[in-house]
Design a protein around this ligand. Structure first.
Ligand code: SF4
Ligand code: ZN
Ligand code: ZN
Length: 328
């Protein structure tokens, strides 16, 4: 197969775009696509201070690499979840994130949940008895909280994550099958800051296929963690991804079309009746925005878990700021 731009040997054939490219042209093409999404959805500008949530995987490290190449001021945030099962997921993902940042002289903030708050994510899930044996719901709650907190405290104006098209479409499919109007109304490439001091949230890879990110990481020589978090195995999201891959196999471009048509329908107001601004106020304890009355669910969760572990339940004010180690 030949590169459509220069006629050299292609390293990737993207049937969804009817486009085959060589290594050099691919490494130029993908950041252009990301830049187009950043502009189209008004995610952020070169004046913004951007915080990239990194997990050591191909999407987040690839995104950080692309943003740095595009000239954005992008720092990273790694959250250590304390997931040590199997192959030592957390240790590996931290080491790869640190190696990536170190080799490029990029600034990486590191927050270890256990050191900052007193328990690992799997421990937190068991003690709090939330999530029916799967730590994902408490994990999500902690990640969202810490990302917001670090973005806010560090003066970042945009918080970006490496969600790719496959991630977005799997969520879209799940929400569509349930006709979850509120979720559909909120699913977007960019979410404006709902309160002053809160960072805008953006997903610059929302139109990039997972396979395209894997190819980018390999061609660019980014060392990333291949395996998913062990708790992702058997998840509904992975099930929908498999279904959607079957669809894509038969109809190249189906995932992208599903997503773009959804965004158009949303733009046309199809979900506006379900859209509602959450009623946010400051948590009485930590000050972070919450919909819960009084204290936020993060503070309440940690109270309960710290009590069971025999740790002082009222977190001292300084501990509410996660310990952030910064490199370099
Ligand atoms: S799969 Fe792993 S990293 Fe993802 S939410 Fe679940 S526990 Fe957290
Ligand atoms: Zn070429
Ligand atoms: Zn709180």
């Amino acid at each position: 197969m030949k590169c459509r731009k220069c006629g050299g040997a292609a390293v990737i054939n993207m049937r969804q775009h009817k486009l085959a490219l060589c290594a050099e042209d691919y490494l130029a093409w993908l950041p252009e696509q990301v830049q187009r999404s950043i502009e189209k959805y008004e995610m952020f500008s070169p004046a913004d201070k951007v915080l990239v949530a990194v997990s050591g995987g191909k999407d987040s490290l690839g995104l950080w690499d692309i943003l740095a190449r595009l000239g954005y001021q992008a720092d990273g945030l790694y959250i250590g979840l304390g997931i040590h099962g199997g192959f030592g997921y957390s240790d590996q993902s931290r080491a790869l994130s640190q190696a990536f940042a170190g080799a490029r002289g990029l600034k990486l903030h590191i927050v270890e949940v256990e050191a900052a708050y007193g328990a690992t994510i799997p421990e937190l899930a068991v003690i709090s008895n939330r999530g029916h044996g799967r730590p994902c719901s408490v994990c999500g709650l902690n990640k969202r909280y810490i990302m917001n907190r670090v973005a806010h405290d560090g003066g970042y104006t945009a918080l970006v994550t490496g969600h790719n098209l496959d991630d977005e479409v799997a969520v879209l499919m799940q929400n569509t099958l349930n006709w979850a109007g509120g979720y559909l109304a909120r699913q977007a490439p960019v979410l404006a800051a709902t309160r002053p001091g809160l960072a805008r949230k953006a997903k610059p890879l929302c139109r990039i296929y997972e396979r395209e990110m894997a190819a980018y990481a390999i061609v660019r020589g980014i060392d990333y963690i291949y395996d998913e978090c062990p708790h992702a195995v058997g998840s509904t999201t992975l099930y929908y991804k498999e279904l959607l891959n079957q669809l894509e196999e038969k109809r190249p471009g189906a995932k992208l079309q599903f997503y773009l048509s959804f965004l158009q329908a949303k733009e046309a107001g199809l979900f506006s009746a379900a859209a509602s601004e959450p009623d946010l106020h400051a948590c009485q304890r930590c000050g972070q925005p919450t919909t819960a009355p009084g204290e936020c669910s993060f503070c309440r969760l940690w109270d309960k878990v710290r009590a069971v572990k025999g740790l002082p339940t009222r977190l001292p004010a300084s501990m509410l700021q996660p310990h952030v180690e910064t490199e370099p």
